[in-house]
Design a protein around this ligand. Structure first.
Ligand code: PEP
Ligand code: MN
Length: 335
């Protein structure tokens, strides 16, 4: 059960609600986010919800029987819109995030930023901490790379989405990041999720390679229940028996997540299929199934990219895609 508390609740009213819940043997957790206060209540006993709902200090009350609660669509009227300092995602707002897999150099950043500005894209992706299967692969430029990335994006009014891999990176990265990305490999790093719940920056949470929808939503619940409501879910492909492509982009998940949760859902077709020539089709399919945004790998010269070159679009390919995205969105809006 989720109780949304009145913004003007008094201490006495709060205690009264807590003791009423104790009487029906419900355990409560008091959650304060950047926007609101909630009581998440766990219990089994049958009771008349009106007996609690009528208490003073309660704005709204809903039964939510799922494992995840605050991220469930069962209590929230409408969808969540995540506001990234004026760039809006979700609840009817669609955004494109594009850029390289890895930030490689100042020149590379400048070239890509110019491409984004030209195409009216407001969010650039790019990793400075790269999770790589081999320790001998390029692992990112780190915080120094992020500072240059930030400076150039600031000059051009572009927001940054970049991956944070561990708790100790959050604080140094904080001034330079607009959206923290949690990668597939860290989707169930609960310590990292706890700490991202304590910062007031949006989080793009990717689904684990073998993560279920329920696990992804419970990971999002870690962030929300620690106080951060600005979360986007990301479908980036799962590992299956299929070997013809890197991952299997699970578009079923987009439809299901949009129904089960009020949070925006972003599709990552680049990692989802992992082969450049199919990225366009999977991007458009993602929009058709209800994505609130796309995150796509784009590089001026994919053939010499430091990572994931095989799935990066070059600029002409990306521009064809942007045009088709526009048309697909118009079509979806007509439905
Ligand atoms: C990435 O975005 O480059 C990345 C490493 O993604 P994922 O965590 O989905 O593999
Ligand atoms: Mn990548």
């Amino acid at each position: 059960m989720i109780i949304q508390l009145d913004n003007k609740i008094t201490e006495k009213q709060f205690q009264n609600i807590e003791s009423a819940l104790m009487n029906i043997q419900y355990k409560t957790q008091h959650i304060k986010t950047q926007f609101k206060e909630y009581l998440v209540c766990i219990g089994k006993k049958e009771f008349d919800i009106r007996s609690i709902g009528k208490l003073e200090g309660i704005e709204d009350i809903h039964r939510v029987s799922d494992q995840y609660k605050l991220v469930s669509s069962k209590w929230k009227i409408g969808k969540t819109m995540v506001d990234v300092d004026g760039v809006k995602i979700g609840n009817g707002h669609f955004e494109m995030m594009a850029g390289p897999c890895s930030i490689e150099s100042e020149e590379q950043i400048r070239t890509i930023v110019a491409h984004l500005v030209k195409n009216n894209i407001k969010i650039m992706r790019g990793g400075v901490y790269k999770p790589r299967s081999s320790p001998y692969s390029f692992r990112g430029l780190g915080i120094d790379g992020l500072k240059i990335f930030h400076e150039i994006c600031q000059e051009n009014g572009i927001k940054i989405v970049t991956e944070v891999m561990q708790v100790s990176q959050i604080e140094p990265m904080l001034p330079y990041v607009d959206i923290f990305q949690v990668g597939a490999r860290n989707s169930q790093n609960f310590n990292l999720l706890d700490e991202l719940g304590k910062v007031d920056k949006p989080v793009l949470l990717k689904r684990g390679m073998s993560g279920t929808i329920e696990e992804l939503l419970q990971s999002a619940e870690y962030i929300f229940s620690n106080g951060n409501e600005r979360i986007m879910l990301c479908e980036r492909g799962i590992r299956t028996f299929e070997k013809a492509y890197r991952n299997t982009l699970d578009l079923n998940a987009v439809a299901v997540l949009k129904e089960k949760s009020h949070l925006p859902v972003i599709v990552d077709p680049s990692h989802g299929i992992g082969i450049r020539k199919y990225v366009e089709q999977m991007s458009l399919a993602g929009i058709m199934v209800g994505a609130d945004g796309l995150i796509v790998e784009v590089h001026p010269q994919p053939e010499i990219a430091f990572s994931d070159g095989q799935q990066n679009l070059n600029f002409p390919e990306a521009e064809v895609l942007y045009g088709k995205i526009q048309k697909t969105r118009e079509l979806v809006n007509e439905f």
